[in-house]
Design a protein around this ligand. Structure first.
Ligand code: IFM
Length: 447
């Protein structure tokens, strides 16, 4: 495989609710995911993140695994309700102290800490006043960003404000498959606008607090029409506007894409009233990098009968599929990275792949090995795809595998394993998979 420039960031990623557990320890408040997971029927098998990977207690062991793998970076998220149990005002020192210890442990292992401020676990108290539908949440996020920055900016290499604004809007507010479980369809637009506003306010707050490098981790997908009918092409353009452009144009161009505004206005013109003068300028605060979470393309068909905006997602032919049923399409990552450069030109900041990975039905064999060749091929192909993008002129500076270890996969509970490290949830035993060993050798070769 190709050699990457020295200084290229090689990491793995996780998120607080998916791994930490200890939901009632250290003064942590309740998050929307605690509430959602404890609501019968929401999560496969009735599972919750109450214990997850018990990372809150085992973070030293987990950092040791990263160090032995040879990672030079780790992307984790900070649980807002650990830091501010009510999402406003009172700061929980024990919560901040946990992230202090984690960051110091990483630095002691020569691993750069990359912290995401919001990976979907909103304090329940803020949800009770409307969550991201309420403009005030953006201001509470600014306050929280400042206090995390003031505590950690001296040691954190890169801050990401939010994770996957589109997915949170779509699954949390439009379709109700994730917390907080709202089913507003496109009437959820205020949740998109206020996340983006919160992002811009948080960038400003983090800078004031001394952060050195600030970005966001958005989810991107190349959108491919599943047919040549005008209706399919039109559907593909609409999905592209909503999935990709709506969440990044405001940050890098200072404007909403016209097609997305048309779609929202066509749903209800009053929805656009949440956009106040000056909001776009706040959202467009300069960024040091753009995080790209990539999994699969959107393969789109028009279907007026479909309840999801008259659009149906098709199944790409002739592909390998992950255990989750997602097609493996590495060239979609190349297209995404080069496409960002093409769309945003000079205003496109350096790119990091902040998530890429696949779920596999892994088992620990009799001899203690997890033979996850599928995952090895996945990462090999996606790292090659990054190399192709660099060759074609995209400035890509890092690759974070999703995920360091198996964890709570949201509505899927523990049924989807994405880790380089296998977790036995009954015993909390960690077993490095073959993909971990493959990545370790790959990184040795890069050195
Ligand atoms: O587990 C999630 C993560 O929290 C956000 N990006 C996609 C991953 C796999 O679904």
């Amino acid at each position: 495989m190709a050699h990457f420039p020295s200084g290229f960031v090689w990491g793995a990623a996780t998120a607080s609710y998916q791994i930490e557990g200890a939901v009632q320890e250290g003064g942590r408040g309740t998050s929307v995911w605690d509430t959602f997971a404890h609501t019968p029927g929401r999560i496969k098998g009735g599972e919750t993140g109450d214990v997850a990977c018990d990372h809150y207690h085992r973070y030293r062991e987990d950092v040791a695994l990263m160090q032995a793998l040879g990672l030079n970076a780790y992307r984790f998220s900070i649980a807002w309700p650990r830091v501010q149990p009510d999402g406003r005002g009172r700061v929980n020192e024990a919560g901040l102290a946990f992230y202090d210890r984690l960051v110091d442990e990483l630095l002691g292992a020569d691993i750069q800490p990359w912290a995401t401020l919001f990976h979907w676990d909103l304090p329940q108290a803020l949800e009770d006043s409307g969550g991201w539908l309420n403009r005030d949440t953006a201001h509470r996020f600014e306050e929280y960003a400042f206090l995390v920055g003031a505590r950690l900016a001296d040691r954190v290499t890169g801050f990401m404000t939010l994770n996957e604004t589109y997915i949170h809007f779509l699954l949390g507010y439009a379709l109700g498959q994730h917390a907080p479980g709202r089913t507003l369809g496109l009437h959820a637009f205020p949740a998109a606008h206020h996340q983006l506003l919160g992002h811009g306010l948080a960038v400003r707050a983090l800078r004031e607090a001394g952060a050195r490098s600030i970005g966001i981790a958005n989810n991107f997908a190349p959108v491919w029409p599943a047919g040549e009918r005008d209706a399919d092409l039109d559907a593909a353009n609409r999905v592209d506007a909503l999935h990709n452009h709506l969440f990044t144009d405001p940050l890098l161009r200072g404007e909403y894409p016209a097609l997305a505004l048309d779609i929202v206005q066509g749903t209800d013109p009053a929805l656009l009233d949440v956009i106040l003068p000056g909001d776009l300028a706040v959202m467009a605060a300069p960024l040091d990098f753009l995080g790209v979470n990539y999994y699969q393309p959107d393969y789109v068909k028009a279907n007026p009968a479909s309840p999801t905006f008259g659009i149906e997602l098709g199944r790409l032919p002739d592909r390998d599929y992950t255990a989750f049923g997602w097609p493996v399409v590495p060239e979609g990552l190349t297209q995404t990275l080069t496409g960002l450069k093409a769309r945003y030109g000079e205003t496109c900041p350096p790119l990091y792949v902040t998530e890429s990975g696949c779920s596999v039905n892994d088992v620990v064999d009799q001899d203690g090995r997890v033979r996850d060749d599928f995952r090895i091929r996945y990462h090999e192909a996606h790292i090659d795809a990054v190399q192709d993008a660099i060759t074609q002129g995209a400035e890509v500076r890092g690759y974070f595998a999703w995920s360091l270890m198996d964890n709570f996969e949201w509505a899927e509970g523990y049924s989807q394993r994405f880790g380089l490290v296998h977790v036995d949830y009954a015993t909390q035993v960690r077993t490095p998979k073959d993909s971990y060993r493959w990545f370790q050798n790959f990184l040795r070769d890069q050195a």
